[in-house]
Design a protein around this ligand. Sequence first.
Ligand code: AMP
Length: 220
Amino acid sequence: MGKGTQAELLTERLDACHLSTGDVFRAAGKRRDCDQSPAMKAALEYMRSGELVPDSTVWEMVRERSHCLLHCGGFILDGFPRTLGQAISLKDLLEKEKLSLSAVLNYELPLDEIVQRLSGRRTCEKCKSVFHVTERPSKGKGVCDRCGGRLFQREDDRPESITVRLEAYERSTAPLIQFYKNLGLLMPIVAQGSPDEILARTIEKMDKLPVGKYQSADKR
Ligand code: AMP
């Protein structure tokens, strides 16, 4: 449905390593209270309200998982970087490791559709399958088609958090568009349509990258 779904589909297709900072925080939120560091507790509060987590906490999470960047099938960073500070830290780390980005995918959707997608999203608490109250409803109300688990609405998908998320995006993340445009890495992709249609659009664009920058798994 959104960038997370696309990241998962691409990861499978490219046999890459998927690093989603949002998933890292959500997983941390499920740990027992006593297993959460003070920085992680604060991070979870930011996340619930829709604010961005401070760069220092995000960077610590990414550094702990930096082995993902060395995966032979390449890596997909999902929801990271989200600030200029994070982008600069990532650039420095990649240079140090003699790695590079092939492309930065920017999924574009009109604002009213973003709000509609986020507010109607429902996730299975067991298998994490994603549904939508109108676009992709489950057969049984509030019950996952795949595993029968309970569907819930993410706290940060509630209307008040969505407003905060959109403001945080405009303030902190939108400037990255120019940053990556200047580096010649920005790849805008229309995010309308089904997940498979968006994936096909993504692959079509990536296949046009110069040889050596990226090669899909079936061509390796
Ligand atoms: P996502 O699943 O990528 O939409 O992330 C969910 C939430 O986690 C975001 O709204 C932020 O609160 C937090 N988060 C995830 N990635 C980052 C990041 N790179 N920088 C700051 N906050 C993040």
